[in-house]
Design a protein around this ligand. Structure first.
Ligand code: ADP
Ligand code: MG
Length: 514
């Protein structure tokens, strides 16, 4: 049996699964509810776990038992909210979503295990690792992870016929992919031609997406309600808040199509009717839109490019349907944005195409395309400045370096007779290491006695194409070295992963996914 090429866009608000047909064309696989998009929402209904649209419905009746926007917490130890008093690792919750996608797709495709899963380009190392682990927990073999903008660019390439034998255009294009989804914003510059998909720079905002626009409308509705109803704030009631957000999202979608929406909101027996115009909506969210603009401007500046260097602006993500987005990018860039891709499906389709390429090159075929990524954060070593004694973040691989990348640097031991050397690996942060994410340590143990202070330590970082990091530390002359001994300070250890795997497998019976 040949492997099926399957790609999954595990989104913050919606997830999509797609496969390639025998002609190599990508298709979204509808879930059992018949929808192309599955809400990334999990409802813990006693011993039953419900994922998707039905879970979203339950959010109003049982908001405490709902997990949503879990993608934002990937890479953290636990999901921010306790469910039934239990703090679950985010990868476990994400694995339920993946399991639902897998089960539903199996009905159409038959059994499959190998998938490519997408991640935002600015996802750091722990978040990528967590995504892979979520796949494993769902019984999937994640053959690769691919950045969402790269997947969107591949979809664009397919649409242009790049990958067909009769590809119509082989011109080089420099794309700016603007992806505004439900909970995250991602902007990436890519250079593509028929066979190469190279990211050149990336930037993003992990806490900015459609939900923030919804919240503004929800606040507006709540205030209108309070004015009319003795200051009662429906946001203070969890179910009231969920309903407000639902109405707000509805109104937002209406305002993408029409100039005005009217929301009727009922709470505790009282009702308000609130008209909102598109202009009002745009005014109350202008700062959010501005944040995406700043990110795009910084991205171009960082890459030392002008708008005249960008040949196309690709808009993806459901929130890019808001007319204000299209107007803003057009004004900023002086060019009409390309909205020809399916905003919801492009990423999953690109992932399926990429899965097909990975599988065929694993089977010995000559690779049809090459994909190159850049790293989205500085990667460095946290140490002490010898002269000042202050903490210092020595950058080993600067952000937006083309991957794979390798860098070796020399450090020295701080004290005489050190029994071990600890290399603290960090991502992001400033020169003093403030706001840096600790992603792990590499420890060289059992150093020979009598090692003087200032002995040389050689540290090598290797950052793979898949966005995963290996660190090697060596004391030349002492014969001591530690390789890839990254002890993760966040995310799951191999052992917890194994034990969760067992728990989830055992739970397969009573836990019914729907
Ligand atoms: P993610 O990849 O983050 O899960 P998506 O790309 O699927 O997100 O986008 C989901 C977001 O797009 C939601 O916030 C949704 O409200 C918003 N959205 C979808 N359609 C529209 C529309 N027509 N107008 C405005 N927002 C929309
Ligand atoms: Mg998305």
């Amino acid at each position: 049996m040949t492997d099926l090429a399957v790609g999954i866009d595990l989104g913050t608000t919606f997830s999509v699964i797609a496969h390639l047909d025998s002609m190599g064309r990508p298709w979204t696989i509808p879930n059992t509810e018949g929808d192309l998009l599955t809400p990334s929402v999990v409802f813990f209904d006693g011993s039953t776990i419900v994922v998707g649209k039905e879970a979203l419905k339950a959010a109003i009746a049982a908001p405490e038992e709902i997990a949503q926007f879990v993608k934002r917490d990937m890479g953290c130890q636990v999901y921010q909210k306790a469910i039934h008093g239990q703090h679950l690792p985010p990868e476990v919750i994400q694995s339920y979503i993946l399991a639902k996608l897998r089960r539903d797709a199996t009905r159409k495709l038959g059994e499959f295990h190998k998938v490519v899963v997408t991640v935002p380009a600015f996802f750091n190392e722990p978040r990528r690792k967590a995504t892979q682990d979520a796949g494993a927990l769902a019984g999937l073999e994640v053959i690769d992870i691919i950045n969402e903008p790269t997947a969107a660019a591949i979809s664009y390439g397919i649409q242009k016929g790049f990958l067909s034998p009769k590809g119509e255009s082989r011109d080089k294009e420099r794309l700016l992919v603007y992806d505004l989804g439900g909970g995250t914003f991602d902007a990436t510059l890519m250079e593509i031609d028929g066979t190469h998909y190279n990211a050149i720079a990336t930037a993003g905002d992990i806490y900015l997406g459609g939900i923030d626009w919804d919240q503004r409308i929800a606040d507006y509705l709540a205030e209108a309600f309070m004015k009319k109803n003795r200051g009662i704030d429906p946001r203070e009631n969890p179910a009231g808040l969920q309903r407000l957000l639902r109405e707000a999202e509805d109104a937002k979608r209406t305002l993408s199509a029409r100039d005005q929406a009217t929301v009727t909101f009922e709470h505790g027996g009282d009702v308000v009717r609130v008209p909102i115009t598109r202009q009002q909506f745009e005014e109350m969210t202008v700062d959010l839109l501005d944040r995406t603009r700043f990110t795009v401007v910084n991205l171009l500046e960082g890459a030392k490019l002008q708008w005249s260097d960008v040949s196309r602006l690709l808009l993806v993500g459901g929130s890019s349907r808001m007319p204000m987005v299209q107007r803003m990018v057009e004004k900023l860039s002086g060019r009409t944005p390309d909205c020809s891709l399916s905003a919801d499906e492009a990423v999953a389709h690109g992932a399926a195409v990429y899965a097909g390429l990975v599988l065929s090159s694993a089977a010995g075929a000559a690779p049809k395309v090459s994909v190159r990524n850049v790293n989205s954060h500085n990667l460095g070593v946290l140490g002490e400045d010898r002269k000042t004694g202050r903490r210092r973040n020595r950058v080993m691989i600067p952000r937006n370096t083309t991957l794979p990348a390798k860098h070796t640097a020399r450090f020295v031991t701080a004290h005489a007779n050190q029994p071990s050397v600890v290399v603290k690996v960090v991502e992001g942060g400033d020169a003093s290491g403030n706001d840096a994410t600790k992603i792990g340590k590499c420890i060289v143990r059992d150093l020979p006695a009598g090692l003087p202070a200032g002995s040389r330590v050689e540290v090598t970082f290797r950052y793979g194409q898949d966005g995963r990091l290996t660190v090697k530390a060596r004391l030349p002359g002492s014969g001591k070295e530690a390789v890839s001994a990254i002890e993760r300070s966040s995310g799951m250890t191999a052992e917890t992963l194994r034990s969760w795997n067992q728990r989830l497998q055992k739970a397969q019976g009573p836990l019914s996914l729907s």
